[in-house]
Design a protein around this ligand. Structure first.
Ligand SMILES: Cc1ncc(COP(=O)(O)O)c(C=O)c1O
Length: 403
């Protein structure tokens, strides 16, 4: 099909033929035979969990992102919880974070009995606006918890100097941003702690899984204990040294990642560069196809940054359209394009509204973006035909609804 449809092509939502016969998801994993073999090998080995693959994955992953230490977890959420714990967050403390994220980012502060304080985002990247963060620093603030929204690194230099000036820790939720480049460095070794997720829609998957990278040995050690009930040594260390004694030194959880998952992670790491390159190629094609459409705002990329493109979120320009976001969303779905919305700003979730009495209107930039956002399909195994179909469908829908 052509990527430049005629103006009158009837929409599937109105009974026309959909651009695709089957739904194209917005994200999905890709596993190959090598990944399956790597997992099968572990299944035949002595260690299913906390064996040799865990350390190997942590070392290779942290080296790849450019950090001294990597501590793996059973999910990105568990990794965030560990980072909040290691930052020393507790009752009476605050961490400043963004509303434009998945709720897990802010929830980890609540797990520790501390309060997430939201600051509004910059209109171009939808990442934390350092000026807004500065306004919310108080004697109770202990950490800044930034998110690299959609894979575009947060304003890390500004946030780091703000953190340093105020004696705060900078935690970076890079669950979208594995492989993103910020001023010549990969994210992972820039903030005090950087958090990654290995959920299937991410750049690298272990099924469920996560990692925190850091250059600080003490933070790494605290997180290693935290993920293992707060115990000071691991079962494998005790078995190898022939010792039975262990001590619980802090209140931790079982947040361990298995050897099965880590074997998959190691194998996926071998393909990461190629997968990132493919995501960048797709993003470039989308941007080229959409940047001149009057109804569409394409994602901004700041100088000195190379995003990892976990998501490709467009914003609609409502003044150029005769219908709202909900109708455009439904029309794209009817064309079998698996669009999504990232995110309902965290303070707009009922739990947060009830607990913190948010009325709406507190974070106008995030709230305005939310009304206009649509995430297009973005995953590294998308074919050229998939990309063309998305381009075709979006042109078709916005042309039909042009004002
Ligand atoms: C920004 C962000 N933070 C944290 C998480 C939580 O990661 P996980 O699903 O691995 O627990 C996600 C998950 O998608 C995320 O997008």
């Amino acid at each position: 099909m052509s990527a430049t449809p005629t103006k009158l092509e009837p929409l599937a939502i109105h009974g026309g033929t959909p651009v695709r016969e089957k739904l194209l998801p917005y994200g999905r994993q890709s596993l190959d035979e090598e990944d399956i073999q790597a997992v099968a090998e572990v299944l035949r080995s002595d260690w299913l969990t906390t064996g040799p693959k865990v350390g190997e994955f942590e070392e290779r992953f942290s080296a790849w992102v450019g950090a001294k230490y990597g501590v793996s977890f059973s999910s990105g959420t568990a990794a965030l919880h560990a980072a909040a714990f290691a930052a020393g967050l507790g009752p009476g403390d605050e961490a400043i974070t963004t509303p434009m994220t998945f709720c897990a980012t802010a929830n980890c502060v609540l797990y520790q009995g501390a309060k997430p304080v939201f600051a509004d985002v910059s209109a171009d990247t939808l990442n934390l606006d350092p000026g807004e963060v500065a306004k919310r620093v108080s004697p109770r603030t202990k950490a800044i918890l930034a998110v690299d929204y959609a894979g575009h690194p947060a304003d890390l230099d500004a946030l780091r100097s703000l953190a340093e000036r105020n004696g705060l820790l900078l935690i970076e939720d890079a669950c979208h941003a594995l492989g993103a480049n910020y001023r010549g460095k990969r994210v992972g070794g820039i903030a005090d702690m950087t958090v990654f997720s290995f959920h299937p829609v991410k750049h690298l998957t272990t099924g469920e899984g996560g990692m925190v990278t850091t250059n600080d040995a003490a933070l790494a050690e605290t997180m290693r204990r935290f993920r293992n009930h707060g115990i000071s040594s691991e079962a494998r260390q005790r078995q190898e040294s022939g010792q039975w004694f262990y001590e619980m030194v802090l209140l931790g959880f079982n947040y361990r990642l298995t050897d099965i998952a880590c074997a998959l992670g190691i194998s996926q790491l071998n393909k990461l560069e190629a997968n990132l390159a493919r995501r960048r190629e797709i993003a470039a094609q989308y941007t080229k196809a959409f940047r001149n459409l009057p109804a569409i705002e394409v994602p901004a990329v700041r100088d000195g940054v190379d995003p990892a493109w976990h998501l490709y979120p467009i914003r609609l320009k409502q003044e150029s359209l005769s219908v709202g976001r909900a109708e455009i969303f439904r029309a794209l779905r009817a064309e079998n394009i698996g669009v999504n919305v990232h995110y309902v700003p965290v303070h707009k979730h009922r739990y947060y509204r009830d607990r913190f009495a948010y009325q709406g209107g507190e974070y106008p930039v995030a709230e305005d973006a939310y009304e206009r956002l649509i995430s297009l399909p973005m995953f590294h195994s998308m074919t050229s035909q998939d990309v063309e179909d998305v381009i075709h469908a979006l042109h078709k829908v916005v042309t039909n609804y042009a004002k």
